[in-house]
Design a protein. Structure first.
Ligand code: SF4
Ligand code: SF4
Ligand code: SF4
Length: 430
């Protein structure tokens, strides 16, 4: 265990997401300030090694002494294990991995990633936008249930594991306000092991399920479930491909494998701050009015962008719903304190720990300094893809309709709850 310092963040040796290399550290304090002011963790806990695994410090450390836990050796071993390797690619990876291979920030290289994953030995390559659509189906129905029962807000999103851990650590009294939905990668991981395996007559023990994500915290999240065997960040994937002498720029595009080949446009924008809110509200509208979401909801400007706290309201069935989108857990702390004193009220709140959402996740490339300009380019890459898609909300996605018909029955059914939902722990009492 490296000695504790007051000048930097302190990372324990058993942190599943982040490692620290003391040899290059000049104790500049940048990481500590990020963790304290942006993430809202440093200085708020008695723990010697408080951490929500977000990786924000790894993005900002000028000497790269803080990094994701490198599991590329594990990836290599799995790919040579003789087992069936199934990959899924999270939305934000497609608009950032290209930066490692000379593409402009925000370029969508989804088809080339599929080709590269096939080249290194992936048997099936799926798109996590499918898992994002599943999350929307479940979460939108949770919200509609609350509206119908007149339950007062806020309901919080739960797809960001760092935010979930933050709430468990600092505000466990709000655990019952958290959606019980697993994150998209974990929902999809569950479907791969429990449904995809069955219909393909594959023993689930023969499947190695690997998620490529922009997120260091997902490495910690998967320890809670048996759905996913390995999480590889965008940076680790770039490193692995370079070691294998694969240059993304030279590759042709390939398509995802069917069944979980596509999500809706709403699933794609999950990778950016405001995207979970926008997709869920599109679906809430669809559930209540049985109509395609309005033009405003298909281009919901109020919830987009990089402001620390974005607010919007919509009228559903005559009821005004107040919405907030919080960019970074540091601001979540401020908003929760205001909720507690009654200064503000919201019905539904999206929180992403990384400022900008997963496009600025802790496992994303460090080729460029992650300025707001780079974040906006990555965001726009996702919004452009959403706009181009014919299917813009989850329940119009035929792959989603199929998985409910064949396996899950309906949102919030017993079987959905078994495979797609979770519960939380009070970490304040740990
Ligand atoms: S930002 Fe990097 S160099 Fe600066 S204190 Fe933190 S770990 Fe050390
Ligand atoms: S990973 Fe996040 S919570 Fe952990 S030390 Fe770094 S900034 Fe703080
Ligand atoms: S915002 Fe996205 S990348 Fe960042 S911790 Fe949350 S899920 Fe991971």
């Amino acid at each position: 265990m490296s000695s504790i310092s007051d000048n930097r963040v302190n990372i324990s040796n058993d942190n599943p997401s982040i490692v620290f290399d003391k040899s290059r550290c000049d104790e500049c304090g940048i990481c500590k300030n990020i963790c304290k002011f942006n993430v809202g963790v440093y200085g708020y806990s008695d723990d010697d090694y408080p951490c929500i695994n977000c990786g924000s410090c790894t993005i900002m450390c000028p000497h790269k002494c803080l990094s994701e836990r490198d599991e590329t050796d594990k990836l290599r071993n799995y790919l040579h294990s003789g087992k069936i390797v199934v990959f899924q690619i999270a939305p934000a990876v497609r608009v950032s991995l290209g930066e490692e291979f000379g593409f402009k920030p925000g370029t969508n290289v989804e088809g080339k990633i599929v080709t590269a994953l096939k080249m290194i030995g992936g048997k099936y390559i799926f798109d996590t936008t499918f898992g994002a659509d599943l999350t929307v189906m479940e979460e939108a129905n949770e919200l509609v249930d609350r509206i119908k029962k007149g339950i007062k807000g806020p309901m919080f999103t739960s797809c960001c594991p760092s935010w979930v851990k933050f709430l468990e650590m600092f505000y466990p009294e709000y655990i019952s306000n958290l959606s019980t939905c697993k994150s998209p990668i974990s929902m999809q991981g569950s479907i791969i092991k429990n449904y995809f395996s069955k219909i393909n007559n594959i023993d689930k023990e023969d499947i190695i399920s690997i998620a490529i994500t922009p997120c260091t915290a997902k490495k910690a999240e998967i320890l809670k479930f048996n759905d996913i065997d390995l999480v590889i960040t965008t940076r680790e994937l770039a490193k692995y491909l370079k070691e294998e002498k694969i240059d993304l720029k030279q590759l042709k595009d390939s398509s995802f494998n069917s069944l979980m080949s596509k999500g809706s446009g709403g699933g794609v924008i999950f990778g950016t701050s405001g995207g979970v809110m926008e997709s869920t509200i599109r679906e809430v509208y669809h559930i209540l009015y049985k109509r395609r979401p309005t033009k405003r909801l298909l281009n919901f400007k109020d919830v987009r962008g990089l402001s620390n706290v974005k607010e919007a309201s919509i009228t559903i069935n005559g009821v005004i719903l107040k919405l907030a989108i919080i960019n970074g857990t540091g601001d979540a702390r401020k908003v929760i304190e205001e909720i507690k004193t009654g200064k503000v009220y919201y019905d539904f709140i999206e929180v992403m720990a990384c400022e900008g959402g997963c496009i600025a996740g802790g496992g994303q490339p460090r080729v460029y300094t992650i300025t707001n300009n780079i974040k906006l380019k990555r965001m726009n890459g996702l919004y452009k893809s959403d706009k181009r898609m014919k299917i813009r909300n989850a329940s119009n996605n035929p792959n989603i309709v199929n998985v409910y018909d064949e396996f899950l029955d309906k949102p919030l059914s017993d079987i959905s709850k078994k495979y797609l939902h979770t519960n939380y722990i009070n970490r304040k009492e740990e």
